[in-house]
Write a protein of this length. Structure first.
Lengths: 498, 96
């Protein structure tokens, strides 16, 4: 991922003449800036199990369902029945589409054992079959999966190569948008060097396992006549098909709001210039174990929902039920808001999927739920499913994404004992607007909790370490002498002590 | 190899009047007249006219000769220009 990324916005000036066929696949149309080259073949290659058949199938099904473009799926490997079964798990009813004549399936089976070669031949039979299938549904899209299987069925490679060349030219002449899949070769993108014949667009899929976590990635190797994203993009296959996550680094030009939102803790609002967080800002609550991070976060979630705003909680340590129970004991009843769907708690473990997978999922949920606030509890968990550098990068992307949508993000971070209080191991402090630090200290033979505002961009804020209690009515900060906090703003060695 | 009164049921898939198709048909007729006189039938299927029939016998290459009978099914692709190999391919003659 070390390659420079090209912001999509800057790449809009490409030749308008190239027409594109939208894939309908989440994110893929974005990084290809509109879809695959219309009326031309695209090569999708990758190792076994990388998802190329699925990508091809989704391109076809979405074409038929969303864009009114019927398609032909010619498979050289799986039978029609197997294919239908595979996509049924994604909620697509292939049989129905076939019955409605929106998709034609043809399984080409070549059995070398029963074939003898004798003299000159060509693959006209394949052309006629494909032509017949195209005509039978009026296809605008064609998938050949995996045409290389023919190399196992025939011995005369010279004929095969000449015929494949003819086939791809023929597809262009027919004006269909084609996806040809190919198995990744050792030296080349495909075993039989199909990229030699299909030169308009080449997409490479990859499935890597890093520290026991697998990640799928997609890269556009080439796209003739068009600009495109050049990074490796993580993608995910889930119950709704493929989602590709564009990792464009957002330019720092998102809308900035002057509006303030309450933290749900009145005295904390007072410490933050008297009005709470900025809407759309990023807030970090860090501290050692048991200092009340989740409670601070839940107060904010509760407050947001009370105002009638949607709030998403991504819980990585507790199950939704456990969180609701625990928060009830401190006076935060989240249940009614869950029922009204103002509040959603999505609990999962980052180690379960790869980091990117996780990010893609969060993207999906956020896009679908469209919350005003997102809480991630805790972000430190990300580093357990990848290296710290990866986790930091991912958080950066996530926060950028949330900011671009004007979503207030509150992250909690567990500082492990011994490491510096004011460091986050995922190195995100620079992108945080408001940073609250929770700590415990001993006073008079008791363990007490204290809160202070380490930084808060764009507002006067308190400089005090304020003891607080977690009571059955929520967090109660001790009254500070400095309210309104503005007076002590940015004055090192502030005079008062609480 | 082949018993005297066994029926031979052959099917030749072609694509129009292409030179390869024509060559295959004439080569096939010659071989059959020579080795299977009076007990064979050849059905020529022109996939240009009936492309949907290609599916039945899984036809990809043209020309393709399919031996329907006697079982088992055999396929020979190409214009059958090598008579010796065609005989072996159809199992009219044992593999040497």
């Amino acid at each position: 991922m070390g390659k420079p990324e090209r912001p999509i916005a800057a790449a809009k000036s490409s030749a308008p003449s190239l027409r594109k066929a939208r894939t309908g696949i989440d994110g893929l149309d974005q990084i290809t800036e509109g879809g695959l080259p219309q009326g031309r073949p695209t090569l999708v290659c990758g190792g076994p199990g990388c998802g190329k058949t699925l990508l091809a199938m989704e391109f076809l099904i979405r074409g038929a369902m969303q864009f009114g473009e019927p398609g032909v799926f010619m498979t050289f490997e799986e039978t029609g029945e197997e294919l239908a079964q595979n996509v049924r798990s994604l909620g697509f009813d292939l049989d129905a589409l076939v019955a409605q004549k929106k998709i034609a399936l043809d399984h080409v089976r070549v059995e070398p054992a029963e074939i003898e070669e004798n003299g000159e031949y060509d693959l006209e039979g394949l052309f006629l079959r494909l032509g017949y299938a195209i005509d039978s549904v009026g296809a605008k899209r064609v998938v050949l999966d995996t045409v290389e299987a023919l190399f196992g069925g025939f011995t005369n490679e010279a004929i095969l190569r000449a015929e494949l060349r003819r086939l791809f030219r023929w597809l262009k002449d027919r004006g269909v948008t084609a996806v040809i899949t190919g198995e990744r070769g050792d030296q080349s993108y495909t075993r039989q060097g199909l990229e030699e014949y299909v030169s308009d667009c080449v997409i490479l899929l990859d499935h890597r396992v890093n520290e026991q976590v697998s990640t799928r990635r997609l890269r556009i190797v080439k796209y003739r006549g068009s600009t495109h994203g050049t990074s490796e993009y993580p993608f995910l296959i889930d119950a709704k098909g493929i989602s590709v996550l564009p990792v464009t680094s957002l330019p720092l030009d998102h809308e900035v709001s002057d509006e303030r939102v309450s933290s749900g803790i009145p005295r904390l609002d007072a410490m933050l210039g008297g009005a709470g967080y900025y809407r759309g800002s990023s807030i970090l609550v860090s501290g050692t174990a048991g200092t009340g991070k989740t409670t601070v976060a839940a107060s904010f979630a509760h407050e947001a929902a009370k105002r009638g705003e949607r709030c998403l909680v991504l819980a990585f340590e507790e199950s939704p039920k456990q969180l609701v129970r625990n928060m009830r004991t401190v006076g935060l009843d989240l249940e009614p808001y869950l029922r009204k769907d103002l509040l959603r708690i999505h609990a999962s473990r980052p180690t379960f999927h790869g980091l990117e997978m996780h990010l893609v999922q969060i993207h999906k949920i956020v896009t679908e739920f469209d919350p005003a606030a997102v809480i991630i509890d805790p972000v430190s968990n990300f580093s357990s499913s990848g290296s710290n550098a990866d986790a930091g990068l991912m958080l950066l992307r996530l926060i950028d994404f949330l900011k671009s949508r004007g979503i207030t993000a509150l992250l909690t971070h567990l500082t492990s004992g011994g490491s510096a209080m004011e460091a986050t191991d995922v190195g995100i402090s620079s992108i945080i607007d408001t940073w609250l630090l929770l700590r415990d200290f001993e006073r008079g033979g008791a363990r007490e909790r204290g809160l202070y505002v380490l930084k808060s961009r764009g507002m006067p804020h308190s400089n005090q370490v304020r003891p607080f209690l977690i009571t059955s009515e929520g967090i109660r900060l001790e009254e500070g002498a400095d309210a309104p906090a503005a007076r002590t703003h940015n004055r090192p060695g502030g005079r008062k002590q609480a | 190899m082949t018993t005297a009164n066994e029926r031979w049921d052959l099917r030749l898939y072609t694509a129009g009047q292409s030179p390869k198709s024509l060559a295959a048909l004439s080569n096939l007729k010659r071989i059959c007249d020579e080795h299977l006189a009076g007990r064979y039938s050849i059905e020529v299927i022109d996939l240009m006219k009936n492309p949907r029939l290609a599916k039945d016998d899984e036809i990809v290459a043209i020309p393709t000769l399919v031996r329907k009978l006697p079982a088992p099914l055999r396929k020979v692709i190409g214009d059958l220009s090598n008579e010796e190999r065609a005989l072996v391919g159809l199992q009219l003659r044992p593999h040497k």
